[in-house]
Write a protein of this length. Structure first.
Lengths: 395, 298
């Protein structure tokens, strides 16, 4: 057998994959998962997220991890929760139709308080929609998708480099706050190839889930610490852990009363809202003196940044506010920009995150929307035109 | 009066004298503070729970390695009573959740314990795929022929012609034959007992908990309140007598005979260990994937 043949049969991959790479956003996301210590991936093929599954089907066994292709996205979501309660850092990746199927067990993840990461590489919808074209139409689903009250955490990367970094961050946040975390990519960021620099192992600190410091007899799976996060014992550690999707008390026993609901559901929300420093990230570009502010995320933020430069060359005082953590929306950071009198929200939908921006900034600024129904990106010129529209001319 | 003393008083009244006192032999294996259970008088689920715990003990599965995954329904309430690592998931999603648990920590002994509606209506797809993969889990189905917790609706195992709150003119549909389904999909061990067969059920659990691969045990359980009454079978005891009159034991059913294990009202009910075979498990096969991916040097 020649050396070349041997290479094909038994590839000797560079398992660390550090340094400068040329990767798609999907591959960068998959490498981010590997870097973060993800060793369990369950998924179902779907454009434009399939490359994440493909890459991890190759990478995880190299690392002794587990890849499994499930029968659907319902099962994928259930499997990553199961893997997490038994100790693995776990992830799935999908697009709109699969994301819809995941809502059921995503809700279970919020109420069971299971750390895991769910990636949605957004395409045009509704329904099967535009499988191979871009959209940012799942943003409200990321906030309110599962039934019931909860608060979600979602990030949106604008490049393959950021897809890598935010995937690592998403795992850290999920573990730290014991909750599912969403990575809301889009088809363009998922499929575009760019330079990605992967730092040596250890350079980005990794966070583990809070562990119990008491005996199994004293342990209560839902007794929160001062940060409202309950320490998490794993299956197999002798704690006889009881987790349920029913409203429950600290022991995990189902208690379906108003009092139990009052003790549980507001804490799930407060746990997220009171720990903003754990996850909140914003990108600012020329915002110091800006009176008109663009708000954009994902691929649209790249067009918006160019629109800022084009506008400034025409003498407009434009700036870009980029919510990297899109949910919960970084409201205080937006309000802190005191010169702003007009805000233009650019996104690839007919008006989703603009509703939140209007709620926050509506009392002090004119809030406009520029978007499309999915299928293409917004050009910098289109965004700039919206910024220059006369007052009252746009919704 | 606490719930415990109320129950003791009720037992005492029923017996016309002193309530039996002293610890239950399984108290240390139960979340006894949660007792009594929510199950109706005459329900068969408790019998199956007792048999499963017996099986864990007999198979000498270390306590910290026992995991029970339940879904939604009466049977899945086991998670609140059996003192193991226990996960009460969404309706029908027990098997993929259990798949994640097992693959994440293969040293765990993972049991899915759920009802016929949960496993075979909303969860049917997960069942056949886990059997196809030969995933290392034991699936116990409490088959009481109806949706008991929601008050007795028809489901995928309701016998043809049987009455329920949603089949008021008799069930127009045919039910699944669960052992046949499990066997065809790839299970390595398939058994069916009624809750009358306590000894055999215990023996089965003791045996099957020590095995690998996708194992399936169907337990026919009385549901006097929702199924027995509606179908004029009567109380829990009378439903057991109904089984007693119709049970036919077959220690092993050949593949061509497994279709004869259909359940029809008033017809013989075939019980037994139907299948016990060796087949590579998902984990066996994935270990080879890992070896290939790591290459000869490692």
């Amino acid at each position: 057998m020649t050396a070349a043949q041997n290479m094909i049969l038994a590839p000797q991959w560079d398992r660390s994959r550090t340094g400068t790479q040329f990767l798609s956003g999907d591959h960068a996301c998959a490498e981010g998962a590997v870097y973060a210590g993800c060793r369990f991936f369950a998924g179902y093929p779907i454009t434009p997220a399939t490359e994440i599954a493909e890459h991890l089907s190759e990478r995880l066994p190299e690392l002794g991890g587990q890849y499994i292709q499930m029968e659907d996205e319902i099962a994928s979501m259930a499997a990553i929760l199961g893997a997490s309660v038994a100790g693995a850092k776990s992830m799935t990746a999908t697009s709109g139709p699969g994301f819809s199927l995941m809502m059921e067990n995503l809700g279970l993840g919020y109420v069971m308080e299971v750390p895991t990461v769910v990636v949605d590489v957004q395409r045009g919808g509704p329904s099967t929609g535009l499988p191979t074209s871009v959209g940012q139409q799942d943003m409200m689903q990321a906030r309110f998708g599962p039934h019931g009250d909860f608060t979600s955490i979602a990030f949106s990367p604008q490049s393959p480099q950021e897809a890598f970094e935010l995937t690592v961050h998403a795992f850290n946040v999920a573990e730290r706050l014991r909750t599912p975390v969403l990575l809301m990519m889009d088809e363009v960021v998922g499929h575009m190839h760019e330079r990605v620099i992967i730092p040596p192992a250890g350079e980005i600190p990794l966070v583990g889930r809070p562990k119990p410091k008491v005996s199994p007899e004293e342990y209560r799976p839902y007794r929160p610490g001062p940060d409202l996060v309950p320490p998490m014992a794993l299956a197999g550690e002798g704690y006889a852990v009881l987790l349920t999707g029913l409203t429950h008390d600290e022991t995990g026993q189902a208690v379906t009363t108003y009092e139990a609901q009052k003790a549980l559901v507001p804490r799930l929300r407060e746990k997220i809202l009171r720990n903003r420093e754990v996850y909140e990230r914003v990108g600012l570009y020329k915002t110091e003196d800006a009176t008109t502010l663009l708000v954009a995320y994902g691929i649209t933020a790249r067009s918006a940044r160019r629109a800022v430069d084009l506008g400034r060359s025409k003498g407009l005082s434009l700036g870009l506010f980029r919510p990297i953590s899109v949910w919960p929306f970084p409201a205080e950071k937006l309000r802190s920009l005191k010169n702003v009198t007009r805000i233009v929200v650019a996104e690839l939908n007919l008006g989703q995150l603009v509703l939140e921006v209007r709620r926050i900034a509506g009392p002090y600024a004119e809030v406009l929307h520029v978007g499309n129904p999915g299928g293409d990106v917004l050009s910098p010129e289109t965004i700039l035109e919206a910024c220059m529209s006369p007052p009252g001319a746009r919704p | 009066m606490t719930a415990d003393t109320e129950v003791e008083a009720a037992i005492a009244q029923a017996l016309g004298g002193e309530a039996p006192v002293g610890p239950h032999p399984y108290d240390h294996l139960l979340r006894s503070e949660r007792l009594p259970t929510i199950w109706c008088p005459g329900c068969g689920i408790g019998t199956a729970v007792g048999a499963l715990i017996y099986g864990f003990e007999q198979a000498a599965v270390p306590k910290e390695k026992r995991v029970i995954v339940g879904g939604i329904g009466c049977s899945s309430r086991i998670v609140f009573y059996a003192k193991t690592d226990a996960y009460h998931t969404t309706h029908g999603r027990t098997i993929p959740f259990a798949t994640g648990v097992k693959l994440s920590n293969p040293s765990l002994n993972v049991v899915v314990f759920a009802g016929d509606g949960d496993l075979f209506a909303i969860g049917g797809n997960h069942f056949i795929h886990a059997a196809r993969r030969n995933m290392d889990i034991l699936v116990v189905c409490i088959n009481n022929f109806n949706y008991g917790m929601t008050g007795g609706q028809g489901g995928p195992t309701t016998p043809a012609g049987a009455f329920s709150t949603t089949t008021p003119y008799g069930n127009p549909e045919f039910p699944f034959n669960l052992p046949n389904l499990a066997s065809a999909a790839g299970a390595t061990y398939v058994a069916r007992w009624t809750t009358l067969d306590v000894r055999r059920l215990r023996t089965t659990f003791a045996e099957v908990l020590g095995r690998h691969g996708f194992r399936f045990v169907e337990v026919l359980a009385p549901c006097p309140v929702s199924f027995g009454k509606t179908n004029k079978i009567g109380s829990g005891v009378e439903e057991m007598e109904y089984y007693q009159g119709l049970e036919v034991l077959k220690s092993r059913v050949e593949s061509q005979e497994i279709a004869d294990t259909n359940i029809e009202l008033g017809k013989p009910i075939v019980v037994g260990k139907f299948l016990d075979r060796e087949r590579e498990t998902f984990r066996d096969r994935y270990a080879r994937v890992v070896a290939k991916a790591r290459g000869p040097s490692s």
